[in-house]
Design a protein around this ligand. Structure first.
Ligand SMILES: [Fe+2]
Ligand SMILES: [Fe+2]
Length: 484
């Protein structure tokens, strides 16, 4: 069933254009050009969202907003305004921050394009709403060949595409740079047979979709991952891959669009999925021993860091769902400050950098902290982990050269997981071999709290075989796992 949308704007011509646009992407649209009719519509019908031009007259925009908030507190309202926060607006100007205080869910400032509005709306759809808003087709739509800019697309390995459900967005195959074939329209079903046809007969390696659909992709796959992770019929390796896939696309999206609230919500869902996987998969140690992913890209790296960090924390007595969730999220963002570094540094190994380059590289931790700071959706541990993930136990790290117990244990765990993931990716080693390699690097081991190293070792051990009374030497304040 299509989602109902109410659009309120004094400009008739714009209203008609908006109606056309949103009906085309399958919303059920009602348009009104004054506040009074908006209130009548709201009293008679239910809407998924209201798009309200705050400069509407005859029941003014703010009056309508107030009406909505008192009668239907949960109603999503996207307000359009033409005054920006940054402008020298006078006190009662209807700027986005003023309108948000009045209760608007989102604001958008003119001029904007319809797809911007579409994206805002999609950011507030639940998975159920997303699914209900796709067309149901009896037959597959025709394949269409078209010229499109590569930068508009993102790709996913065809082998990692799991679906027997209708796809939520158009899916493409790349013929060559700039040339694509739309193979599925939103709402078409992608079945096993079709995947095999592309994979085996046409030797297609990747499916492409538009970057503007990343949000839908991540949201749906997070939901899917949650179900899969909870099922004991699916192999652990497959769960790991699925979560990796969604984490990578999530990071691509955050790097592209910044840390908007809806995006951070998805990050939290991923962190929760990581928690569930680490907590519930009894044979995780077996999978982790041989998990191979040598793709050196930064998104894969962040995922590996989050899996290893949370697996290490799981070995500690003081672990909790909140701790693991926070750390998993911090791991996804640990190197987000690199976004602010010069391009050439991003592809360099820190060992090959000149002294000046190294100094610039080191600022990524503070830059990351600054990016996250002030974001009320992130708690302080997440920010501190990002800031301290290169502090070393022996005091030789950066940015502050903190030492020993002055360093957040969670940050030291991420530090170890980070270096460990680098060994796997740079040296192309299986985790179990990377562990052996790490343990030979005596100089490097002084970077970490020895309890943390011991717990990394335990990540790869069969929990059933770990002696229950095994008491570890401790140089930190953490409590040893006691015999139960
Ligand atoms: Fe880093
Ligand atoms: Fe890193």
């Amino acid at each position: 069933m299509a989602l109902n949308l109410l659009i309120v704007d004094p400009d008739e011509e714009w209203l008609m254009a908006a109606k056309g646009f949103f009906e085309n992407i399958l919303y059920n649209v009602k348009i009104v050009n004054n506040g009074k009719n908006a209130q009548i519509a709201l009293s008679n019908e239910k809407f998924f969202a209201v798009i309200l031009n705050i400069h509407t007259k005859n029941h003014s925009g703010p009056q309508v907003l107030k009406f909505i908030k008192t009668r239907h507190a949960n109603q999503k309202v996207i307000c359009i305004t033409d005054v920006d926060d940054s402008e020298e607006a006078d006190e009662d100007a209807l700027t986005p921050s003023v309108i948000k205080k009045m209760g608007a869910t989102e604001t958008i400032v003119k001029p904007f394009e319809f797809p911007d509005l579409k994206q805002l709306l999609e950011g507030h759809q639940s998975v159920g709403e997303m699914v209900s808003n796709i067309p149901r087709r009896k037959e597959l739509g025709p394949e269409e060949e078209m010229d499109l800019e590569d930068s508009k697309f993102t790709k996913v390995k065809i082998s990692e595409f799991y679906t027997s459900q209708p796809v939520l967005f158009d899916l493409f195959v790349q013929l060559r740079s700039g040339r694509y074939v739309k193979i599925l329209h939103a709402g078409d079903k992608l079945d096993e047979e079709r995947i095999n046809k592309y994979k085996n007969e046409k030797k297609v390696e990747y499916f492409y979709f538009k970057r503007e659909d990343l949000y839908k992709y991540v949201k749906f796959n997070n939901y899917f991952a949650k179900k899969v992770i909870g099922s004991d019929k699916v192999a652990g390796e497959k769960k790991m891959k699925l979560l990796q896939n969604v984490s990578e696309k999530f990071l691509e999206q955050s790097f592209q669009e910044g840390l908007k609230p809806q995006i951070l919500d998805q990050g939290k869902e991923i962190a929760e999925n990581v928690f569930n996987l680490v907590q519930e998969q009894d044979d995780l140690y077996k999978i982790l021993r041989s998990y191979q992913d040598f793709d050196p890209n930064a998104f894969t790296h962040s995922y590996l860091v989050s899996i290893f960090s949370t697996s290490i924390i799981k070995q500690f007595e003081w672990q909790s769902k909140t701790t693991i969730g926070c750390t998993a999220l911090a791991c996804l963002f640990h190197d987000i400050g690199k976004m602010a570094l010069p391009e050439e540094l991003l592809h360099m190994n820190s060992d090959d950098m000149s002294e000046e380059q190294l100094e610039v590289y080191k600022t990524h931790v503070e830059k990351g902290y600054e990016l996250l700071d002030g974001n009320p959706m992130l708690n302080n541990s997440v920010k501190q982990i990002v800031l301290q993930h290169h502090e070393y136990f022996d005091g030789t790290g950066f940015p502050y050269g903190k030492k020993g117990s002055k360093i957040l244990t969670l940050a030291n765990i991420v530090c170890l997981a980070d270096d460990f993931a680098h060994i796997i990716q740079d040296e192309e080693l299986k985790p179990i071999d990377a562990l052996k390699e790490l343990l030979t690097r005596r100089d490097q081991l002084t970077r970490y709290n020895s309890r943390v190293v011991e717990n990394l070792i335990k990540v790869f051990a069969d929990p059933a075989k770990i002696a229950k009374n095994y008491v570890l030497p401790s140089n930190s304040k953490v409590v040893n796992k006691k015999a139960s």
